[in-house]
Design a protein around this ligand. Structure first.
Ligand code: HEM
Length: 508
């Protein structure tokens, strides 16, 4: 009796596995092919992850000199498969079907949808350990509540109040460079310190040293997260057997959580010591999160767990992206001395040798053009992930539920049909009459910060931070790329300069 019951259970498990690993992928592949959507064939268990990984390794082996034609290098599979199968194609992360969409009209439909048909894709186990169910992932009322909080913390008056801290961090960085004249320095490393310090100071009211422990753990976490992207594990396997990466990431997750809790307690104790009043909790992002946590209004309240997840998310989102933006801007200005000179002239006209002012930052037109062109060629965030919540029509396609949708700003930004045959060249003049003229009103042609309601909440923060840093560098130094710089854009969590950005500085 027990034996037959066990046999029945085994049979059911086999049927379920067959259904998930073979029947469903085959059905979806056929369904999409009937609608003209082709792609690399589904392969049992792994899907196309091995091909993607091999193509990435192969592309990274090829040197590219100082070319900005980075799409074939950073996303070789998408570059190759859009050529073979068309602008939208189907690929497989294990048994998960992924529709890669590079057609602007469809992208607009996906990211602007308000019916909840295209929610964010659920994060992998590793990603969950980093950001949890935070603003970047969650949906509905919880998302609206968290978005309101961070909108308040990173815009308007709150952003203006962050100005002195951003200036102080940029000044400290420029001071560190004083004795480096004529020598090679890796500005990518410098920008890592700078962006870490800025988010620590402005959002969490702590110095870089205090946030350092958190960043160090995050830096150790990133490679584990990146490695996990193309790893397929047999369903349920992680419950039975834990890999060394999973054990390590658990430890790091706990460490980050403990450090954030320490910071939260410190802030609460300070508030109690001062007057016991809520106002003393502070007006920065951490203060706003704490007020929401202590709020008696249930609608606005957030749990302690949610508070920790938001902190983790902003440490992550607030640093890595702006770091790479600054690094690539310096590469491009190092290569294009004429634009470096133009940018410096503008900064000196507006600020002289004085610290940048908020109204002046808004007037930096040439610098905005340079930053936009950098974000076009090297968009830090390369993949936006959504899923199909229920059967839906997207353009002329009928999509079944649970298909993942992948949008890649890199493909759009490098598309000659959208940007012309010189799409891979650095030409900030494209943006001389603003973004809408540059894109001929095709919003999806330029989307470094995403589009629609889930667009980046840190745009103004990131751009202000970058403009302050660049202004204060240009006021003090001219720079050229060092002969030791090796151009190697590589896909990590963002598009990173694999070997850093080495420049030679001259004081002005
Ligand atoms: C150059 C710098 C940055 C770039 C290129 C960038 C890019 C993006 C993109 C493309 C998205 C949309 C993702 C999607 O639709 O799936 C996004 C969302 C987000 N970004 Fe940024 N980001 C940058 C800086 C920042 C900074 C400095 C912060 C925080 C201070 C931040 C916080 C966030 C958050 C919280 C979201 C999720 C918003 C939501 O889902 O409502 N980002 N970012």
């Amino acid at each position: 009796m027990i034996l037959s019951f066990l046999c029945l259970l085994l049979l059911l498990a086999l049927v379920k596995t067959f259904h998930k690993l073979w029947w469903t992928p085959t059905r979806i592949q056929k369904l999409m092919a009937l609608q003209g959507i082709q792609g690399p064939s589904y392969r049992l268990i792994y899907g196309n992850t091995k091909e993607i990984s091999n193509m990435q390794k192969e592309a990274m082996r090829r040197p590219i000199n100082l070319s900005h034609d980075i799409f074939p290098r950073v996303q070789p599979h998408i570059h190759t498969w859009t050529k073979s199968y068309g602008r939208n194609f189907l690929q497989w992360y294990g048994p998960q079907p992924v529709l890669v969409v590079t057609e602007p009209e469809l992208i607009k439909e996906i990211v602007n949808n308000k019916d909840g048909v295209y929610p964010k894709q659920r994060p992998s186990n590793f990603m969950k350990k980093l950001v949890g169910d935070s603003i970047t992932i969650t949906e509905g009322e919880k998302w609206a509540k968290l978005r309101k909080l961070s909108n308040h913390a990173f815009h308007g008056e709150s952003l203006t109040n962050m100005f002195p801290d951003m200036i102080a961090s940029a000044k400290a960085m420029a001071e560190r460079w004083k004795n480096q004249e004529g020598k090679e320095i890796n500005v990518n490393e410098e920008f890592r310190l700078f962006t870490s310090e800025v988010i620590s100071r402005t959002a969490f009211g702590s110095s870089y040293l205090e946030g350092q422990k958190i960043f160090e753990m995050m830096m150790k976490f990133y490679p584990l997260l990146y490695k996990s992207f193309l790893k397929v594990r047999f369903p349920g396997m992680s419950k039975v057997f834990r890999t060394s990466d999973e054990i390590e990431s658990d430890k790091l997750e706990k460490g980050i959580r403990d450090s954030i809790m320490e910071m939260v307690k410190k802030r609460e104790q300070k508030a109690v010591a001062k007057s016991g009043e809520e106002e003393i909790l502070g007006s920065d992002f951490l203060g706003l999160l704490l007020k929401a946590h202590h709020s008696t209004d249930e609608k606005n309240q957030i749990s302690l767990n949610e508070l920790v997840e938001e902190c983790r998310t902003f440490y992550f989102a607030g640093q890595e992206t702006t770091n790479t933006l600054l690094a690539w801007t310096v590469v491009l200005l190092g290569q294009h001395q004429d634009w470096q000179e133009e940018a410096r002239k503008e900064v000196l006209q507006l600020f002289g040798k004085q610290n940048p002012k908020p109204d002046g930052i808004l007037k930096l037109k040439k610098m905005s053009m340079i930053i936009n062109e950098t974000l076009r060629l090297y968009p830090p965030a390369t993949l936006l992930r959504r899923k199909v919540a229920r059967e839906v029509r997207l353009g002329k396609l009928l999509l079944p539920a649970n298909v993942e949708l992948l949008v890649t700003p890199l493909a759009l930004h490098h598309d000659p049909q959208l940007w012309g045959q010189d799409a891979a060249l650095f030409k900030p003049e494209r943006f001389s009459e603003g973004v809408s003229k540059a894109t001929k009103d095709n919003m999806a042609a330029f989307m470094p910060f995403g589009l629609g309601p889930r667009m980046c909440v840190g745009i103004s923060f990131a751009v202000t931070e970058a403009k302050i840093a660049l202004s204060m560098i240009l006021q003090r130094y001219s720079f050229t790329l060092s002969p030791g710089y090796v151009h190697s854009p590589s896909q990590f969590l963002t598009i990173r300069p694999q070997h850093g950005v080495q420049v030679i500085l001259q004081s002005l």
